[in-house]
Write a protein that binds this ligand. Structure first.
Ligand SMILES: CC(C)(COP(=O)(O)OP(=O)(O)OC[C@H]1O[C@@H](n2cnc3c(N)ncnc32)[C@H](O)[C@@H]1OP(=O)(O)O)[C@@H](O)C(=O)NCCC(=O)NCCS
Length: 150
């Protein structure tokens, strides 16, 4: 398993991964392109794969809101799950956050998303709040998590 910074050329793979996953955040191609522009918010877009020869099996998008980072999306292909790639992507975000002298990483997730919630808890995130009916289609509460960096 390895991760690397994504490039514009990875957008089709990223969108294909995202479309396979109902619980992922859904962005337009325009929004992904914007994530690579320098005039907007600073974003980290990472892709992960089994090795350097294979196409991306997962990705992560995070936004730098100094002194913190927000994890906006993380997706691993259904056929590649439970193999450590989600954790590897998340650990790469934490490494990047430490390098930018950040104080915390935060995120929100659908209450029913047991896989993602278990991954976050295992990585050291703590539940910090709850937002009633935060998500639409279908309506669902959000659970907020935060990991304070050392
Ligand atoms: C959440 C997601 C990214 C996890 O990716 P992954 O590569 O399967 O995760 P990992 O293999 O690194 O799992 C690390 C740990 O997380 C936990 N975990 C991951 N998936 C789990 C599941 N389905 N059930 C319970 N625990 C799970 C386990 O503790 C796991 O360690 P283990 O396999 O040694 O028990 C993946 O399930 C996914 O893409 N889901 C759909 C998209 C999504 O909902 N993203 C979150 C949006 S906020």
């Amino acid at each position: 398993m390895q991760t690397r910074p994504a490039t514009l050329a990875d957008i089709p793979s990223i969108m294909q991964l995202e479309r396979q996953s109902a619980t992922a955040g859904h962005w337009t191609e325009e929004q992904y392109r914007h994530a690579f522009q320098r005039d907007g918010a600073t974003r980290l877009v990472l892709v992960g794969s089994e090795d350097s020869e294979t196409s991306p099996a997962g990705f992560l998008v995070a936004q730098h809101l100094p002194p913190e980072w927000e994890l906006e999306n993380i997706v691993v292909a259904p056929t590649a799950r439970r193999n450590g790639l989600g954790k590897r992507l998340l650990d790469s975000l934490l490494d990047a956050a430490k390098k930018t002298n950040s104080t915390a990483v935060f995120l929100e997730v659908r209450e029913s998303n047991a896989a993602a919630r278990t991954l976050y808890k295992r990585t050291g995130f703590e539940q910090t709040g709850h937002r009633k009916a935060y998500y639409k289609n279908p309506s669902e509460d959000a659970v907020l998590y935060r990991l304070t960096l050392p």
